[in-house]
Ligand binder design. Structure first.
Ligand code: BTN
Length: 225
């Protein structure tokens, strides 16, 4: 796949959207307008890895969209493991180390009828970057976790290799440690404590709230562990 290395860009996902056509991997040393899920921003100072993989599909069923999430989350987890970190997934698409966010993933799919015709998987991984003061309690870096300065290139190489592999939902589930425990669900209009039961095959989360079973999608809610 063609790889484009940039020093600085607004957002590697947005770069892909402006350069539709062939499959692309776009990497930037920093982003001025890094974007997260649910319209949030993603702090993208130099020293981190900011990468987007744009793939065109023939007929990839939209009902299988969770597979794209599985592949990217597990590829990140396997990459972190190869540097001695024990990652966890916070459903749906955050990767934590030592309870703090080390990586965020933003997947933007283009649909045509019941199919995904294109996906842009954007991954932001904290490596040697300095975190702003307000994120220090909730985010971490590979440097903080390993107490070693590992080069962004070394991480990037392994991540790109892992992103070419196929993983299963069981691989994804292996990085989830919080099932059967109480979690806080953050809806737009407030928070609810629930018991997490399972991640369903389609990626939705099965929870028990006040004795009632509910199945919720990650578009409606974020999870606080
Ligand atoms: C999140 O945590 O909400 C998702 C963050 C995704 C950040 C990555 S960095 C590379 C790509 N470009 C972006 O603007 N966002 C993604």
């Amino acid at each position: 796949m063609k790889i484009i290395n940039l020093k600085s860009i607004d957002s590697t996902n947005d770069y892909c959207k402006r350069n539709l056509g062939e499959d692309l991997i776009v990497i930037a040393e920093e982003q001025s307008n890094g974007r997260g899920t649910k319209g949030r921003s993603f702090v993208s100072n130099s020293g981190g890895l900011y990468i987007s993989v744009m793939k065109n599909y023939g007929e990839f069923p939209a009902s299988d969209s969770f597979k794209i999430m599985i592949n990217s989350c597990v590829a990140v987890c396997k990459t972190l493991e190869s540097f001695g970190v024990s990652p966890k997934i916070r459903w749906a698409n955050d990767v934590l180390a030592d309870g703090k966010k080390i990586c965020g993933i933003l997947i933007e799919n283009t649909l045509s009828d019941a199919y995904i015709s294109r996906s842009i998987v954007g991954i932001g991984l904290n490596i040697n970057n300095t975190l702003p003061e307000n994120l220090k309690d909730i985010a971490t870096t590979l440097f903080e976790q390993t107490e070693k300065s590992i080069s962004v290139e070394a991480v990037r190489k392994i991540l790109i290799e892992n992103l070419q592999k196929e993983y299963s939902i069981d691989d994804y589930r292996a990085y989830i440690s919080w099932l059967n425990s109480p979690v806080t669900l953050k809806f737009l209009d407030g928070e609810v404590v629930a018991k997490a039961i399972s991640v369903e095959n389609d990626g939705r989360l099965k929870v028990e709230i006040g004795g009632e079973i509910k199945i919720i999608s990650s578009a409606e809610v974020s999870l606080k562990l």
